[in-house]
Design a protein around this ligand. Structure first.
Ligand code: FES
Ligand code: FES
Length: 154
């Protein structure tokens, strides 16, 4: 049975109807039309579906939409402000931190959570913070360099 819930995403309220088993990833993508979060493994292993809940990275494929009520959610669509990309987005683009882009929204959101908590991380701390986000394309080095560069621009 469907029930009404409100999700707060990127500072905006979305009134939607979900079933108890509706995944947050599906609610965000299909019911709120925010398709930045990607589906990779569906089992909590790849990080492609990462969004921020109250500033912390979560795997939206393993989270029920009803559990996200009353929480502040951030998706990749919420990072650019006033037509300007977030410094992390700029750095990924400029330094080759992405290729196919499937991992990129989750990777950048995990990086944002890191920089919000630790504005000047070491490369080791960056690798640790991104350990839950898998990338099949880049070899990770350029991603780490992009996060390090962004930390100097914030
Ligand atoms: S799709 Fe959620 S962790 Fe892979
Ligand atoms: S850029 Fe393709 S999976 Fe990371």
């Amino acid at each position: 049975m469907r029930q009404p819930i409100t999700l707060r995403i990127n500072g905006q309220d979305y009134d939607i109807f979900v079933e108890g088993r509706t995944r947050l990833l599906d609610a965000i993508r299909d019911l709120c039309d925010l398709t930045g979060a990607k589906e990779g493994c569906s089992t909590g292993d790849c990080g492609a579906c990462t969004v921020l809940m109250n500033g912390n990275p979560i795997t939206s494929c393993l989270t029920f939409a009803i559990a996200a009520q009353g929480q502040e959610l951030t998706t990749i669509e919420g990072l650019a402000q006033n037509g300007h990309l977030h410094p992390l987005q700029e750095a990924f683009m400029q330094l080759g931190g992405l290729q196919c882009g499937i991992c990129t929204p989750g990777m950048i959101l995990s990086a944002k959570a890191l920089l919000d908590a630790n504005p000047n991380p070491t490369k080791e701390e960056i690798r640790f913070a991104l350990a839950g986000n898998l990338c099949r394309c880049t070899g990770y080095q350029k991603i780490v360099e992009a996060v390090a560069a962004a930390s100097q621009r914030l």
